[in-house]
Design a protein around this ligand. Structure first.
Ligand code: ADP
Ligand code: ZN
Length: 520
């Protein structure tokens, strides 16, 4: 804790043990509590399960005046109420579902409440403001604070009434809490709730026991069967479509002899529920699923989560891989990707309304950055969520065996030129033949043996073409055409002009020369 807060923090630790029965604070709880006790307004961004409630419940027990908690859901409030009371706090709710309003109001007026939970619709009522001024408020705690922002996924207009209410009690500190770490939402919350920028505390997104690995997919069945051979415990495999789920489940079951079940929205509800129940109680089952699976499932001993294709975004990747290793024991997150995944995602992007395209493109680019990096995967993830992690984690594929990186800018220009000169309609195989000067009938028929790009890539350089083509597709410099050919994408221009370098990760020797096609 900062100077001057230490005394109160010692007292807070003592209260933590006595009331809550915990040995110490977790993550950055202590920093949040220290700020609150120093009456500094704060926005705490921490993932679900990090222990956000404690950061206002504990100060509520220590400070003068009542902590007024704004919470969007009555069910959530009643859960909180039960746990607060179980910890010996004097707590009450004022909601439409409560019959004991009079008692609660009397208790508040008499200064007999540590915590008062209210719904945001109360905030706009003037008589509620009058009621609050009849006693002393020690803290405003705003739960699910992203509801105040239109950028958040759950905007609630009533949250906009909180600012005028809190401004009427200008000297009372504010503590906003959310698990939504998106940058734009975060700064919007600070502004909408009147919290200074240096009041942001964001932490706890790291899952140190999860080992991240991201590899090119050359044969999903073989690669995932290999992971299953190494990990005998329960696992989740995410596949992009129902058909691929069914297909992969059958093949993995054949290949490994382990129990493997499918799960997707197309199965009838009973079968789905049965498969889920079987998985939850099993110690060695693997479930192959679309993203419909996993919400609200509490299975702490999942040993691996594999993606058979790219997830929707970094956020989705974090959430899906986060289902591994909740018990804290070592677990693995394995993503298998193909250039075709990005090509398809870009195609879907084009079908979206104009207004949403920019945002979705940014998501895809962030994901491509994670996939393509030669650096630490965890550092990219945590930086994406606003944390400031060490450069290396020591527990991801790239930290454990750093890949070689090559400047492939020149070769990239040659490949892009070949795409352009052949009319932006041929697939990788044909382009490779043209560039390496292959003796090929189809190349001659098209007159491509007379192009300036014919045979300009030779020797070692030819080995870069395949990974380069993937990397250029991942970053949108190459896009696929309807007929499976390659065309120049928006990012091609800077590379051709010499304004952008193309560094690519060189595949380890054993993978070279294999997997010419992008099979699922
Ligand atoms: P959040 O609101 O961030 O999703 P909760 O406040 O519900 O998280 O807390 C998640 C769990 O962690 C609860 O069971 C809570 O009792 C526990 N917890 C909170 N703080 C600590 C701590 N310092 N030590 C141990 N357990 C804690
Ligand atoms: Zn790392």
């Amino acid at each position: 804790g900062a100077n001057g807060h230490d005394g109160r923090l010692d007292e807070a630790r003592e209260t933590l043990r006595r009331l809550f029965g915990f040995d110490d604070f977790r993550g950055r709880q202590a920093d949040v509590v220290a700020r609150v006790l120093a009456r500094q307004s704060t926005l705490a961004v921490m993932p679900t399960g990090a222990g956000k409630s404690l950061t206002y419940q504990l100060p509520a027990a220590m400070i003068d005046g009542t902590c007024v908690v704004i919470s969007p859901l009555i069910a959530l409030m009643h859960d909180q109420l039960r746990s607060a009371r179980a910890n010996g706090l004097r707590a009450a709710t004022l909601t439409s579902a409560d019959a004991d309003w009079r008692e609660t109001m009397d208790a508040y007026r008499a200064g007999g409440l540590d915590l008062l939970y209210v719904a945001p619709e109360r905030a706009s009522q003037l008589q509620f403001r009058d009621f609050l001024s009849s006693a002393r408020i020690g803290l405003f705690a705003i739960d699910e604070a992203h509801c105040v922002s239109e950028w958040g996924h759950d905007f609630r207009p009533d949250y906009r009434q909180l600012r005028p209410l809190m401004d009427a009690f200008g000297d009372v500190p504010r503590l906003a809490l959310t698990a939504t770490a998106d940058e734009r939402t975060r700064s919007d919350i600070l502004q909408q709730l009147g919290i200074p920028e240096d009041g942001l505390i964001l932490a706890g997104f790291d899952r140190p026991n999860i080992r991240y690995a991201i590899r090119h997919r050359d044969n999903a069945t073989r690669q995932i069967a290999q992971i299953m051979a190494e990990e005998p415990g329960p696992g989740i495999v995410y596949a992009p479509t129902r058909k691929k789920v069914e297909d992969l489940a059958a093949k993995l079951s054949d290949a490994t002899g382990r129990p493997v079940l499918p799960y997707h929205a197309g199965l009838d509800p009973e079968r789905r529920a049965a498969n889920q129940a079987a998985f939850v109680s099993s110690e060695d089952m693997v479930i192959v699923a679309t993203i419909a699976f996993g919400m609200g499932i509490d299975k702490p001993d999942v040993r691996f989560v594999a993606h058979a294709g790219i997830p929707k975004s970094i956020e989705a990747y974090y959430q899906e891989t986060g289902r591994a290793g909740r018990d804290g024991d070592p677990a693995r997150a394995e993503m298998l990707w193909g250039a075709g995944d990005f090509a398809q995602a870009r195609q879907r992007l084009g079908e979206l309304p104009e207004a949403r395209q920019g945002e979705e493109r940014a998501r895809l680019e962030a994901l491509a950055g994670l996939v393509e990096t030669a650096g630490c995967r965890r550092a990219i993830l945590l930086r994406h969520f606003g944390e400031d992690p060490p450069r290396e984690c020591g527990n991801c594929d790239n930290c454990l065996s750093p890949p070689g990186v090559t400047d492939a800018t020149e070769t990239a220009r040659k490949l892009l030129s070949a795409v352009y000169r052949t009319g932006q309609s041929f697939g990788f195989g044909h382009l490779q033949k043209v560039l390496t000067g292959a003796d090929d009938e189809r190349v001659r028929q098209r007159g491509h043996d007379r192009l300036s790009v014919f045979g300009i890539v030779g020797g070692e350089e030819a080995r870069l073409l395949q990974p380069l083509s993937r990397a250029l597709q991942a970053r949108g410099a190459l896009v696929s055409t309807e007929h499976g050919g390659l065309a120049l994408g928006g990012e091609a221009r800077d590379i051709l002009k010499g304004d952008a370098a193309v560094m690519i990760v060189v595949p380890p020797k054993r993978e070279r020369g294999r997997g010419q096609r992008d099979s699922a």
